[in-house]
Design a binder for this molecule. Structure first.
Ligand SMILES: Cc1ncc(COP(=O)(O)O)c(C=O)c1O
Length: 378
């Protein structure tokens, strides 16, 4: 039986075209981009072309783009930049539903004496904006809120939050790792100071990320060295950078039309689930979600047991954030939503550009069977 991969929020398959352009940078064009001879300069030129593509993808200029090793590095670098920019301020605002790379950085800073406000969400996972505004004080240096949530797919009002931040002389970062490729990202419109994305969520490889920085005066390097215009040390990961450049070019050329198809497919899947399985619950802000994500719970069925059973049928989903999949704790995102996770613990189904209607139809059949088996088992 062919595998049915429905965990694209965890990672995606590298696009064939992306893989093809990268290959050359391992086999032939392996020069060091910092070398002054042509064999290195050609690689540097390719990196700059990729930077141009990423800049277009974000609606900014190439000098605002820094290549990093992953979304996590981009997130940590943005937060540490803000901390270094305002050494006299000691308060940061974030939310209860951020990715582990943000949460762990906040815990680290708390140990160093920083105050962190984790703004709550309502039952649909929407940010409590009043709480966010009320938590601002003279000591606040940064607001970091994700653009889209990895578990329930909620899209957050980043433009509005950035305006609140700037009206109060506070820097604004957004983790757009789960938003990139799924919704348009225009940094001019959002007016954020920092924005992070990751290659492996958009059909580029794992191990490449981007940090957008609006103003270098607010930036401080996390890895020292001359590369990336003295902003991030380390010989450039040229093959992966070129791959990422291709991945964003493909999204731009496609003009996000694949995402419309994905949304239709996701909605079709949810309708079929509702039609065929009783007592289900879909988490999140259903009218304001990324087009590929569905967090579905089946009354009385444990999400992790269902995930394991589905795996035995060669179907891959998750129970929440991939980074937490080894820890069997209730999802902190759903805990923040005060969800009834004891009776309705969800699986996360996330579609990708290679997901087909045939796969969804097959998945529905397997799911009906699996939920039935678990419910009969009790
Ligand atoms: C919302 C979010 N932020 C950051 C990351 C981290 O990205 P990376 O795996 O490239 O470090 C992830 C990955 O799961 C994510 O979902």
């Amino acid at each position: 039986m062919n595998k049915i991969y429905l965990d694209n929020n965890a990672t995606t398959k590298v696009d064939e075209e992306v893989f093809k352009v990268m290959e050359d940078y391992f086999k032939e064009e392996y020069g060091n981009p910092s070398s002054t001879y042509d064999f290195g300069k050609r690689v540097k030129d390719s990196i700059e072309k990729a930077r141009d593509n990423v800049a277009k993808f974000f609606n900014t200029t190439p000098d605002r783009i820094i290549f990093t090793s992953c979304g996590s590095e981009s997130n940590v670098t943005a937060i540490m930049s803000a901390v270094n920019k305002y050494p006299d301020k000691r308060h940061i605002i974030t939310t209860k539903v951020e990715h582990a790379s943000i949460m762990e950085t906040m815990r680290f800073l708390e140990k160093k004496g920083y105050r962190v406000t984790y703004v709550g969400v309502d039952s649909l996972g929407r940010i409590n904006m009043d709480e966010l505004k009320e938590s601002i004080d003279d000591d606040t240096l940064l607001i970091s809120v994700m653009c889209a949530n990895n578990e329930i797919g909620n899209i957050y009002p980043i433009k509005e939050i950035a305006k609140i931040a700037h009206d109060n002389n506070i820097l604004m970062h957004t983790d757009a790792v789960q938003a990139a490729g799924k919704i348009k990202i225009d940094v001019k419109d959002l007016d954020v100071d920092f924005l992070s994305i990751s290659g492996h969520k958009i059909n580029a490889p794992k191990g490449i990320g981007v940090l957008y920085v609006k103003d270098d005066n607010n930036y401080s390097p996390y890895i020292f060295g001359h590369q990336e215009n003295n902003r991030r040390g380390g010989t450039e990961n040229s093959a992966y950078i070129v791959g990422l450049g291709k991945a964003v070019e493909l999204i731009l050329n496609d003009n996000y039309s694949k995402e419309k198809e994905l949304e239709e497919l996701r909605n079709y899947m949810e309708e079929e689930i509702k039609k065929n399985i009783e007592d289900i619950k879909i988490y999140g802000d259903l009218d304001n979600r990324t087009p590929n994500t569905s967090s579905v719970a089946f009354g009385g069925v444990k999400g992790d047991e269902l995930m394991v059973l589905l795996e035995s049928f060669n179907v891959y989903v998750s129970t929440g954030s991939a980074c937490n999949s080894t820890i069997s704790l209730p999802s902190y995102v759903l805990t923040a939503c005060k969800a009834d996770v004891n009776n309705y613990s969800p699986i996360r189904i996330s579609l990708g550009k290679y997901t087909t209607k045939e796969e969804i139809d097959e998945f529905i059949k397997i799911l009906i069977n699996a939920v039935g088996m678990l419910r009969r088992r009790g």
